[in-house]
Ligand binder design. Structure first.
Ligand code: BGC
Length: 462
């Protein structure tokens, strides 16, 4: 069995991005099934329709057993995956689908029998569509919907699964992906343009989500299943594009509040940062949070923080960007990675900052990875050469281990992602895997970065 002090070397994925089987075994319909099939949202971003209907076929046990065999070859001892809520409760609340429950039971058992620890993310962005129709996270009932769902996961899997993650990246989910998907659905001329009012409203949704997380953590602790539960946040250290420009410095501060301080302050300091609250209230005067809510969040802290780090962001003041801070398209580097500039030193700074500012919490890096598009990924017979990704991984692991040495309570590193998969708004156009997937044949080919990571693990595991 797994001991808490064993460093986790893992790979990560999410249900909608890998499973496929979108109507198999009584699965209900999710928001993403509708976004991709009915509204074809990827068209607005990559000019063609892609869906997760088949994805990389991970719902198929024959397929995933081969993937687990590859994970063994890689040498990882952990696999982070998410659960599709609409497989477990097709309508979001009420009737539980035993076939959906059985799928993840089997997957957990198959991982364990291969000495790979399952790390479960309860929610990684795919919401049952019936709940979306009721307003999704904007509806305050979502706290109870989620608590009920999470309890089903704890009671069915908690005997063997010892690490749960309540949510994946609330900020990116609700302040980026969802607004962009809705812009595409509404056929907006510029699908990237998000309004201040949308941000203001989404703040309420985020608040419900944090209450849902705290409630689930409270319930999990009461069940005394002997494991731990955390939350995964996206972190984006901010750099003013022009450090001599007061407006850019201010924009970087705004974005730092939203992206890095907002959730940690709530959980570890019992309040939202003043600058963040002020901003939300400017565009949504009804945004108020009660003392009891903040008390619930602070009293039910996660046992660990899942850190997702890809890159810092150069931020500039821009009146057309929500809250005047443009971060997404601003990358002055020559080598362009999908998610920003390659700056491993910012992972070190980030980890040290969390340690010093938030009382040295237990940390797992739950995602770190890269995609460079055509610059990388040179297919050469049976090897995919991706030297940029291989180098990215090595440098980020080095710096994370340095932070560990310098006192950060780092317990694991999970790479994003094991296989190429469905990259949300960008469909199959953006590859993040260390295993190449031919999406037509489902053939897997380990990339150069796979062998790099394998070597790192081999050298470091005692
Ligand atoms: C998300 C993943 C996504 C990855 C790469 C993260 O924000 O959690 O689902 O695939 O970034 O963009």
């Amino acid at each position: 069995m797994f001991t808490q002090d064993k460093f986790l070397w893992g790979v990560a994925s999410a249900a909608y991005q890998v499973e496929g089987g979108y109507q198999a075994d009584n699965k209900g319909c999710s928001n993403w099934d509708v976004y991709t099939n009915d509204y074809q949202v990827t068209k607005a971003f990559i000019g063609k329709q892609d869906t997760g209907n088949v994805a990389i076929n991970f719902y198929d046990r024959t397929q995933y057993l081969q993937d687990i065999a590859l994970m063994r070859q890689l040498g990882v001892n952990a696999y982070r995956f998410s659960i599709s809520w609409s497989r477990i409760i097709p309508n979001g609340t009420g009737q539980v689908n035993s076939q959906g429950v059985a799928y993840y039971n089997q997957l957990a058992d198959d991982l364990l029998s291969n000495e790979i620890e399952p790390v479960i993310t309860n929610f990684h962005w795919d919401l049952p569509y019936k709940l979306q129709e009721k307003g999704g996270w904007a509806n305050s009932d979502s706290v109870q919907w989620y608590a009920e769902y999470a309890n089903i996961l704890f009671t069915n899997y908690g005997d063997r699964v010892k690490k749960f993650i309540t949510f994946n990246e609330p900020f990116i989910n609700l302040f980026f992906i969802e607004p962009l998907a809705h812009n595409a659905i509404e056929n907006k001329a510029n699908p990237y343009a998000i309004s201040n009012e949308t941000y203001g409203k989404q703040a309420e949704a985020v608040h419900h989500l944090l209450l849902a997380s705290a409630t689930a953590i409270q319930n999990y602790h009461q069940l005394k299943l002997g494991g731990t539960i955390g939350i995964t946040l996206s972190f984006t250290p901010t750099i003013p594009l022009d450090t001599n420009k007061a407006e850019d410095v201010q924009a970087a501060m705004i974005f730092d509040g939203l992206h890095n301080r907002w959730f940690l302050d709530a959980m570890y300091k019992g309040k939202y940062p003043d600058d963040v609250v002020k901003l939300h209230q400017k565009y949504n005067p009804t945004f108020q949070v009660s003392a009891e809510d903040m008390q619930l969040i602070a009293a039910n802290k996660p046992d660990f923080i899942g850190v997702n780090f890809y890159a810092p962001a150069y931020v500039k003041a821009d009146d057309s960007a929500p809250y005047n801070a443009e971060w997404f398209s601003t990358n002055p580097d020559e080598i362009k990675m999908f998610n920003g500039p390659v700056r491993p030193e910012y992972l070190y700074k980030l980890l040290m900052w969390i340690k010093n500012e938030y009382d040295n919490p237990v940390i797992y890096i739950t995602e770190n990875g890269a995609g460079f598009g055509e610059l990388d990924e040179q297919l050469d017979k049976d090897l995919v050469k991706d030297p940029l990704r291989a180098d990215y991984i090595k440098r980020h692991i080095d710096t994370a281990l340095q932070a560990k040495q310098d006192g950060v309570d780092l317990r694991g590193y999970m790479l994003w992602s094991f296989c190429d998969n469905f990259e949300w708004l960008f469909g199959y156009d953006k590859r993040f895997g260390i295993v190449y997937v031919d999406f037509e044949s489902q053939r897997r080919t380990p990339k150069q970065s796979f062998y790099e990571y394998q070597q790192i693990i081999l050298n470091l595991v005692e």
